[in-house]
Design a binder for this molecule. Structure first.
Ligand code: NCD
Length: 319
């Protein structure tokens, strides 16, 4: 990064596709600095004291919502969890009305998860506070992409390798995965090699136009990669059967101990959660020494602190 001249000036985090390599590096550097706060006995810094962050989750979430909440609290912001089921949205209020009403209470950032792709971008045009995308449909999940790259970077710390030396396989239900899309943008912008792997119904060749390789054969790819990011099969987004049976999917694309034995000994296994244990990944692998799945969750907090800190700061100086 060109540190002397670089200055983060984005009030929103909507996609990783629109960020430069310098932007991504700035977020990761800030996350690295903020990770230390969570190891203190008093896990708080005053960076966002007096600021208000609202969590607007229109889709189910455990870890992302909690992680954003804790991240805002560790920066000393006030946090409101907006519960869609008990709100006026269930009475038919539009997103625009809901957002403008919440903003009128004096909000500095809205963290939004929505089943429709593009909703965070729409929201950013309706309100003047920061808008952070916490997952929109099958489009993007920027903080997940960032925390995955952060976790990969951390695993490289004791080596002389960088992200640009890494070959990462992203495996499974690519077509429905906002995690895959955000990962591939972050990884390719930082110079990594990416191979998408899955059945042709979930991982079509047309994805090659995004600057990545596509394979339908996991066993061919595994020996050559440094990182394997296993995705959840998104049953809630499947409109028809994308594979003959769960047994067949597991047989061809499940990460098992036998498959891990064919990988490089230092391979890193990631999964964004929630996991379908026994389908895309076995418990032995998920709970084994190569998996960084809980480290991803820990790092998610630092990454979300960095995103809130930088975006709310940029929105405040914009006035
Ligand atoms: C992901 C999501 O919601 O997109 N989960 C998460 O944020 N931890 C991945 C998934 O649901 O499979």
């Amino acid at each position: 990064m060109t540190e002397a001249r670089y200055h983060w000036n984005r009030p929103h985090l909507l996609t990783l596709e629109e960020l430069s390599a310098d932007d991504i590096a700035a977020l990761l550097d800030t996350a690295r600095a903020l990770k230390e706060v969570s190891t203190r006995s008093i896990k708080k810094v005053p960076a966002l004291r007096g600021k208000v962050v609202v969590n607007l989750f229109f889709e189910d979430s455990t870890r992302t919502r909690t992680s954003f909440r804790l991240a805002a609290q560790r920066l000393s912001a006030d946090v409101v969890d907006f519960a869609v089921s008990t709100s006026s949205v269930s009475k038919g209020e539009s997103l625009a009305d809901t957002a403008r009403n919440i903003e009128a209470m004096g909000v500095d950032a809205m963290v939004i998860r929505h089943r429709s792709s593009g909703t965070p971008e729409l929201l950013s045009r309706l309100v003047s506070c920061s808008v952070i995308n916490a997952g929109d449909g099958s489009h993007e999940h920027p903080t997940q992409g960032l925390l995955d790259v952060f976790t990969i970077q951390e695993s490289l710390q004791k080596t002389d390798r960088r992200i640009s030396d890494i070959h990462c396989a992203i495996v499974g239900d690519i077509i429905h995965s906002r995690v895959a899309r955000s990962n591939l943008w972050a990884l390719t912008k930082l110079g990594a090699k990416v191979t998408l792997v899955g059945p042709s119904t979930m991982c079509p060749r047309s994805l090659e136009k995004l600057g990545v390789s596509v394979s339908h054969n996991l066993d061919e790819v595994l020996p050559h990669v440094d990182v394997i990011n296993m995705l959840r099969v998104q049953f809630e987004r499947l409109t028809s059967a994308a594979f003959p049976s769960l047994r067949e999917y597991h047989h061809l694309f499940g990460l098992t101990e036998a498959r891990l034995a064919c990988c490089r000994p230092d391979v890193l296994v990631l999964h964004p959660g929630p996991m379908n244990r026994g389908l895309e990944i076995t418990s032995a692998v998920a709970d084994g020494p190569r998996a960084a799945i809980l480290r991803q969750v820990t790092n998610g907090l630092a990454v979300r602190m960095a995103v809130l800190y930088l975006c709310v700061g940029a929105a405040a100086t914009r006035g």
